[in-house]
Design a protein. Sequence first.
Length: 211
Amino acid sequence: LKIPLNCYAMSFIMLGIVIIYLLMATFCTDNITIFTRILDRLLDGYDNRLRPGLGDAVTEVKTDIYVTSFGPVSDTDMEYTIDVFFRQTWHDERLKFDGPMKILPLNNLLASKIWTPDTFFHNGKKSVAHNMTTPNKLLRLVDNGTLLYTMRLTIHAECPMHLEDFPMDVHACPLKFGSCMYFLTFCFLIFAPSPPQNDIVLILPLSNFKS
């Protein structure tokens, strides 16, 4: 009985595919197990009520804002609306880990189990965190204990205006934020270094002005 050579070749190819599949399945299972063990060990004895560096160093939180949309601006209510990705980065020695991966992408539910900055907007009238279809939040942990926490927000903020020279006046609408509970001696926020961005310039139509 003679079997064509290409049948042997096909058999070896199929065997190779099966072996690769089994190795990948084993690798994925091992990674999941390692990932679970790392998380369990990190949260064991972790107290999210205590800020990083308590009693020793000031907790430095680097912030970064990516604006996705700006406006409308209301001259009658003296407020504006802005849609942003608000990013915060800080270091927590308690969350250092050793493993095959350097960065762990974490579920946003884990944010409630670790310490996060209590940032609020001083001149904000209303802030909305987007939750469709799931909370628009990103949490990443680096093996040295550095965390990146990103959330998408829509903020309605005050913008004091002096309209004596309307419509020839120019206004700057700030977005002020800081820590709600901590003084500067315990926790302070700074802007992370990033490429310079252009200022947003808006021209209000005359129809917006009401005497």
